[in-house]
Design a protein around this ligand. Structure first.
Ligand SMILES: O=C(O)C(=O)C[C@]1(C(=O)O)C=C[C@@H](O)C=C1
Length: 301
């Protein structure tokens, strides 16, 4: 049985994602994303499930930082969950003066809180489920939690289906120590971190390598390196798999330009096939290479 670390405690959205990505495996909650990733680095877990990106609030910065620092880890799978919340309170409790949740979750229910609990003070907690634990222990009056949290904690629902934006979604990754990559499917995502030097045009040079090969980006984020003020790392996700000739060509070009960290190539949860521009398919790259090989052997010109 695989040992899967996940961003807990029990009852987070991440636990739901871990169950979807690793059904029947041995799941262990960790209090923070960083600790879940560390468990994989230390060998205490075979893989970790962590949130990466929300359709309303954008990236989860602790996950980006956790993946770019420390020993390398690579994503081998992803899943996307619909996100709506339940507001939980102690049975029979009265006035709601504090409402706790993960900052990402609080940001997704700001309007609902203003309209429905205008006098409650929002309090940040380490996860949506940690907020529920805090309510059980009397630290807060209410928690904005994943709907499954009600199954784990002796709380009652004040409201369900809470979300400022309908159809919000969060994408979660399963990450492991580097090893065998999942096979390409034609609907894959590759993730890299590019540490580019601070000079005019660096980012544009990197993007041109991808755009020039017809490779479609699915996300780009910048995070400070945290060592030198004003220095950034770029987190770039694009369509395709590192085992494809067109992606190999792009990755080698990027590697010549900057320091790269590979964060994985894996099937997309939404199964959207890669956009292939005319003349930029894998066969086009193979044909071009075959032509050069023939020239080298004196068999063509
Ligand atoms: O706290 C949780 O339940 C999580 O899984 C974390 C998290 C996040 O980091 O974005 C996951 C999904 C929701 O968007 C809110 C919180």
């Amino acid at each position: 049985m695989l040992r899967i670390a996940y961003f807990g405690p029990q009852g987070t959205f991440t636990e739901q994602a871990a169950r979807a990505l690793a059904p029947g495996e041995d799941l262990t909650p960790y209090e923070t994303v960083r600790l879940a990733l560390q468990a994989v680095r230390d060998g205490a877990a075979d893989a970790a499930c962590v949130p990466i990106e929300n359709s309303v609030e954008g990236v989860v910065p602790t996950t980006l930082d956790g993946l770019s620092d420390g020993d390398p880890l690579v994503a081998t799978a992803e899943t996307i969950l619909p996100i709506h919340f339940s507001v939980l309170k102690r049975p029979g409790s009265g006035e709601i003066r504090t409402v706790a949740s993960h900052p990402h979750a609080l940001a997704q229910v700001r309007e609902w809180l203003e309209a429905n609990l205008p006098d409650a003070t929002p309090v940040a907690s380490s996860s949506t489920a940690a907020a529920a634990v805090g309510v059980v222990e009397g630290d807060f009056d209410a928690a904005v939690s994943a709907p499954v949290a009600i199954e784990h904690y002796p709380l009652e629902e004040l409201a369900t289906g809470v979300a400022d934006v309908r159809d919000a979604q969060t994408r979660f990754l399963m990450v492991r120590r580097p090893g065998e990559l999942p096979a390409p499917t034609g609907a894959d995502r590759t993730s890299i971190v590019a540490a580019a030097v601070n000079r005019t045009g660096t980012l544009s040079d990197l993007l041109v390598e991808l755009a020039g090969r017809g490779i479609n980006l699915t996300r780009i984020d910048a995070r400070p390196t945290r060592s030198n003020f004003g220095e950034y790392r770029f987190f770039i996700d694009f369509e395709g798999h590192v085992a494809e000739p067109r992606i190999i060509d792009a990755m080698t070009a990027l590697r010549r330009r900057c320091h790269l960290r590979f964060l994985g190539s894996h099937p997309r949860a939404d199964e959207v096939a890669a956009t292939i521009e005319e003349g930029a398919g894998n066969q086009d790259f193979l044909d071009a290479q075959a032509w050069v090989d023939a020239v080298l052997k004196g068999e063509g010109a």
